[in-house]
Design a protein around this ligand. Structure first.
Ligand SMILES: Cc1cc2nc3c(=O)[nH]c(=O)nc-3n(C[C@H](O)[C@H](O)[C@H](O)COP(=O)(O)O)c2cc1C
Length: 262
C-alpha cells in the first residue's frame, strides 16, 4: 500500500478480536515509530505503558473499563497508555545540546556558545509552563499518529480512548505524579472489515482551512481531489453495504452491550 492509501485506510477499528493475540514485536514496531516522531525541543516527553491483557493483573484490566471506552476495552488484547513525562522538560538543555551537536539546529561555527546564550536560557525560563497541556500534547498526537500508521501497515486495528477516571488507571499502573496520561489506544486484529464500513464523515474542507485571512477559505482544487481519490486517500464514504449486519453478528458473538461509542 502506498502512503496515501495507508492514510486513507486509517480508521478507528472498534471491534478487535479478543481471541487473537498480538505479537509484541508488532507493538514494538509501533513504539519505534512513535519514538522517531518529531518532538518539541526533541524532548521525548511522550512515553507509553503497554498493557498486555494476557499478562496484566485483574485490577489493572478493571481500571481501564470506562463509559467512554465501552466494550472496546473489553475486547482489546493490547491497550497502550500514552502519557507525558512532564519532567522531561527539566533536561531540555541537554536535548538541545544533542541537537546542536548533530548539526540539526543550523547555528554557525560557534554553535555551542550561541546555543548557551539563546535557546538554553529561554527553555530554562519557560520550562515549567511548557510542562502543562499544549506542546507536549501535540507531540503525543504526532507520536500516536505514526504508531497508528505502523499498526495499520501490520494488519492491526486501533482506536484512541478517553477515560472517565484517569486517576484510577494512574494508580493501577503505578505511574509517578510527573506523568499525565493523555489517551489509551486499543490495539488488536480487526474483527470488522479493515475498511470499517467506509470513510467517516468530516466537516467541509472550506469550513476548516483558510488562506491568509480567516474569512478566505483555502482554495480546493477538483484536480487534486480527483488525484487523491484515484490514489485512494479518499475511499468510498460510510456506510458501506453489509456494515450493520456485520456489526450485529460481532455483537451477538461476543455478547456486547448496545453502545459505548462516541
Ligand atoms: C484523542 C481521541 C480520543 C478518542 N476517544 C474515543 C473514545 O473514548 N471512545 C471511542 O469510541 N472513540 C474515541 N475516539 C475515536 C473518534 O471517535 C474517531 O476518531 C472519530 O469518530 C472519527 O472516526 P475515524 O477515526 O474512524 O476516522 C477518540 C479519538 C481521538 C483522536
Amino acid at each position: 500500500m502506498e502512503l496515501r492509501e495507508v492514510m486513507g485506510n486509517r480508521r478507528s477499528i472498534r471491534y478487535l478480536d479478543p481471541e487473537k493475540p498480538v505479537e509484541l514485536e508488532k507493538i514494538q514496531c509501533m513504539l519505534e515509530a512513535a519514538r522517531i516522531a518529531s518532538h518539541f525541543g526533541n524532548n521525548n516527553s511522550i512515553q507509553a505503558l503497554v498493557v498486555h491483557r494476557e499478562t496484566a493483573t485483574e485490577e489493572q484490566i478493571a481500571s481501564l473499563h470506562s463509559p467512554v471506552g465501552g466494550f472496546q476495552m473489553q475486547l482489546a488484547p493490547v491497550v497502550i497508555l500514552w502519557y507525558i513525562e512532564q519532567d522531561a522538560m527539566d533536561e531540555a538543555g541537554e536535548r538541545l545540546r544533542e541537537l546542536v551537536e548533530c548539526g540539526a539546529l543550523g547555528y554557525g561555527p560557534d554553535r555551542h556558545e550561541e546555543l548557551e546564550k539563546t535557546l538554553v536560557p529561554l527553555f530554562n525560563r519557560i520550562g515549567e509552563a511548557l510542562k502543562g497541556p499544549g506542546m507536549p500534547d501535540m507531540d503525543c498526537g504526532q507520536a500516536v499518529a505514526q504508531a497508528t500508521l505502523m499498526a495499520l501497515e501490520q494488519g492491526l486495528g486501533t482506536c484512541c480512548q478517553g477515560s472517565g477516571d484517569w486517576e484510577k488507571v494512574h494508580t493501577a499502573f503505578g505511574l509517578p505524579e510527573s506523568c499525565r496520561i493523555v489517551v489509551a489506544q486499543t490495539v488488536g486484529y480487526p474483527l470488522e472489515n479493515p475498511d470499517a464500513g467506509g470513510q467517516r464523515p468530516r466537516l467541509p474542507f472550506e469550513k476548516l482551512f483558510q488562506l491568509n485571512s480567516i474569512d478566505n477559505p483555502f482554495p480546493r482544487s477538483q484536480e487534486v481531489i480527483d488525484d487523491l481519490t484515484q490514489t485512494r486517500l479518499f475511499q468510498p464514504a460510510a456506510p458501506l453495504a453489509g456494515r450493520e449486519e456485520q456489526i450485529e453478528g460481532i455483537r451477538k458473538k461476543f455478547k456486547l452491550p448496545g453502545s459505548g461509542m462516541i
